[in-house]
Design a protein around this ligand. Structure first.
Ligand code: MSP
Length: 511
C-alpha cells in the first residue's frame, strides 16, 4: 500500500509554535506508523512564501521578501530537525519548478476558458494594504478601523461556481473525503449557498510578491491558488517523467492534514481547482482542532502567549511532547494547553503506567533470574493476555487507518492496564522464591507485552521505545510483523535495569 501525507505549508512570517508543531507531529507519527506497517510512504511539508503577509513581514524588517523568506524558512527547517520530523520532501513555493507548474496550470485553465477577466469592486484600505468586500466592513471602515476607498479594478477569476454541484455530489458519494464528520456537514451546509467565482489575481500595483500570471504580466497569482498546488508539485506533478510517475503512484492515497481555520480553502477551492485541471481528488481532507490557551483563545501570534515546542521539550522531553500532542486531543477537537495538563498526562501514562510496569518487571527479572526467564505459558490468564496483545496490534492498525491517533495510543494504554492487573494478581515478587516457575511465567508475559508496546508506540516515541526493547532483551529491529506471534522473546537474553525510562516529572508549584 502507498500512503501520502501532507501538512499545510506554513507562512514564513512567524516563528513556529505548538500549533504548527502539532500538525507536523501528527503527520510524522502517521508516516512512521505506515512505514512500520510496511507501506511506501511520502510525507510532504514546506513553506508558503508568497503573498501579502510575507511581503509585510519583510517590509517591517527592512529586507526584500526573498531575503526574508530565505532567512525565516530556516526556523522551520531547524524546528523540524530538532523535533526529528521524518519528512520526505520540504517544498518552498518560491522554488522555480513549483512556480513553473503554477504558471502552466494557470495557462491551461485560461486557454480552456476556466479563467476570465472582470471588474472587481471592493473597498481598499491603504493603511492595511488590503481589499475588503462590503460585508467585511465595520461601520464603513476596515476591520482595523482604518479608512477605506471604493476601488474598481480589473482582475482574473476562476469559474469555481461551475463546479458547485459536482463537488456536492462528490462529498455526498465519498463520506470519508472530508473528516471529521462535523466538518463534512459544515462544508455541505456552506455549499447550500451559491458559490462565487474565485478571484485569483492581484494587480502588481498593489502586490508584487507572487507568481506572475502567464497571460498578463501586470498581475501575480492569489497566494492560495499558488499554495494549494504545492500538494501536487511537491510530489512530482507536471515535472519530468520519473517525478510524474511518483505523483501517479501516490496521489490517490493523499491525506491532507490541516487546521479547521483553513478548511474552506482545502475543501472547496482545492477540489474545484483539481476538477478544472482534470486531476482526481485526494483521498482525505482532515481538519483538526486548535490548541487553545488556558483562557480558551486560539494560540496565535495575535492572541497572547504562544507556547513554543522548546518550552514543552524543556519540561517533558521531545518524545514526551510527541506523546502529548498525539494523545491529549481527540483528533478533530480543540484542546487546551497548560503546563499542568501536560505534566499530569505524562506522569500518569508514561511514568506511572508504562515506566512503572517496565521498571518493576525488569527489576524483578534481574533480581530473581539471570535474564529473560524460561516460561511455560500455561495459565489461562497468560493465554488471555497474549490474545489481548495480538488483538491490540490489529486494533492499532485499524485506528491508524482511521487517523484516530489518540484512540490507537489508548488501546496500548489499556493493554498496559491489563498487564498491571495481571501482575498484581500473580504477584511474582511473592512467588519468586517458593514457586519460581509461576514467577517466571508472569514476568515473561509482562516482558512480552512490553515488546508489543515497544513496537506499537515506536512511531510516537522512536528513541524511548528502541531503548525499552533493548532493556527487555530484544536485540532485533522493531517490526510490526513480529506482533503476529506471541513468545518471540528468547529465554536467557540479557535485561538491562538502567535509569527510569520515564522519570516522574516534579514541578515546583507555580506561585
Ligand atoms: N499558509 C497557509 C496554509 C497553506 S496550505 C496550502 C497557512 N499557514 S499558517 O502558518 O498560518 O498555518 C498553518 C497551520 O497551522 C494551519 O493548519 C493552522 O490551523 C495551524 N495552526 C496555527 N495555530 C494553531 C493552533 N493554535 N492550534 C492548532 N493548529 C494551529 O494557513
Amino acid at each position: 500500500m502507498n500512503f501520502y501525507v501532507t501538512t499545510p505549508i506554513y507562512y514564513v512570517n512567524d516563528r513556529p509554535h505548538i500549533g504548527h508543531a502539532y500538525t507536523t507531529t501528527i503527520a510524522d507519527v502517521l508516516a512512521r506508523y505506515h512505514r512500520l506497517f510496511g507501506d511506501r510512504v511520502f510525507f510532504l511539508t514546506g513553506t508558503d512564501e508568497h503573498g501579502q503577509k510575507v511581503k509585510k513581514a519583510a517590509e517591517t524588517r527592512g529586507v526584500t521578501p526573498q531575503e526574508h523568506v530565505d532567512e525565516y524558512v530556516k526556523r522551520f527547517e531547524q524546528a523540524w530537525k530538532e523535533m526529528g520530523i521524518s519528512y520526505d520532501y520540504f517544498i518552498r513555493t518560491t522554488f522555480e519548478f513549483h512556480k513553473k507548474v503554477v504558471q502552466d496550470s494557470l495557462a491551461k485553465l485560461y486557454e480552456q476558458g476556466e479563467i476570465y477577466s472582470d471588474d472587481y469592486e471592493g473597498w481598499y484600505s491603504v493603511g492595511d494594504e488590503m481589499f475588503f468586500t462590503g460585508k467585511d466592513l465595520v461601520d464603513g471602515k476596515a476591520p482595523t478601523g482604518r479608512e477605506v476607498v471604493k476601488i474598481v479594478e480589473k482582475n482574473y477569476f476562476f469559474r469555481m461556481s461551475k463546479y458547485q454541484q459536482q463537488l456536492i455530489d462528490y462529498i455526498q458519494d465519498n463520506p470519508k473525503f472530508i473528516q471529521p464528520e462535523g466538518k463534512r456537514s459544515e462544508i455541505l451546509g456552506f455549499l447550500k449557498q451559491p458559490l462565487q467565482d474565485l478571484c485569483i489575481s492581484r494587480p502588481k500595483s498593489r502586490l508584487d510578491w507572487g507568481v506572475e500570471l502567464p497571460f498578463d504580466r501586470q498581475y501575480v497569482t492569489y497566494v492560495w491558488f499558488d499554495a494549494l498546488l504545492n500538494y501536487v508539485t511537491g510530489i512530482g506533478y507536471g515535472q519530468e517523467d520519473k517525478d510524474q510517475k511518483q505523483f501517479e503512484a501516490f496521489w490517490a492515497e493523499a491525506v491532507h492534514l490541516l487546521g479547521k481555520d483553513i478548511l474552506t480553502t482545502h475543501a472547496v477551492y482545492w477540489p474545484t481547482m483539481l476538477m478544472a485541471l482534470n486531476i482526481p481528488l485526494p483521498k482525505t481532507i482532515f481538519a483538526h482542532g486548535w490548541w487553545l490557551n488556558d483562557d480558551d483563545g486560539k494560540m496565535s501570534k495575535s492572541s497572547g502567549p504562544i507556547v513554543s515546542h522548546e518550552h514543552v521539550i524543556d519540561l517533558v522531553g521531545l518524545e514526551g511532547l510527541r506523546y502529548f500532542l498525539c494523545r491529549e486531543v481527540r483528533f478533530g477537537n480543540d484542546a487546551r494547553y497548560s503546563d499542568d495538563i501536560l505534566v499530569s498526562r505524562i506522569n500518569s501514562e508514561l511514568a506511572n503506567n508504562l515506566g512503572n510496569l517496565a521498571s518493576r518487571t525488569i527489576g524483578l527479572v534481574a533480581k530473581y533470574f539471570k535474564g529473560v526467564p524460561e516460561s511455560r505459558q500455561q495459565l489461562d490468564e497468560t493465554k488471555e493476555l497474549g490474545k489481548i496483545a495480538m488483538a491490540t496490534a490489529l486494533a492499532v492498525r485499524e485506528q491508524i487507518d482511521r487517523l484516530v491517533l489518540d484512540e490507537a495510543i489508548g488501546s496500548v494504554i489499556q493493554l498496559l492496564d491489563r498487564t498491571n492487573q495481571y501482575l498484581d494478581k500473580l504477584e511474582p515478587w511473592r512467588t519468586a522464591k517458593e514457586s519460581p516457575e509461576d514467577a517466571a511465567e508472569a514476568l515473561y508475559t509482562s516482558l512480552e507485552v512490553l515488546r508489543f508496546v515497544a513496537v506499537l508506540l515506536s512511531p510516537v516515541m522512536p528513541e524511548k521505545m528502541a531503548e525499552l526493547a533493548k532493556r527487555i532483551g530484544w536485540s532485533g529491529e522493531l517490526k510490526y510483523e513480529d506482533l503476529s506471534s506471541w513468545g518471540l522473546l528468547k529465554a536467557g537474553a540479557e535485561v538491562i535495569k538502567g535509569q527510569p525510562l520515564f522519570p516522574r516529572i516534579e514541578r515546583q508549584a507555580v506561585p
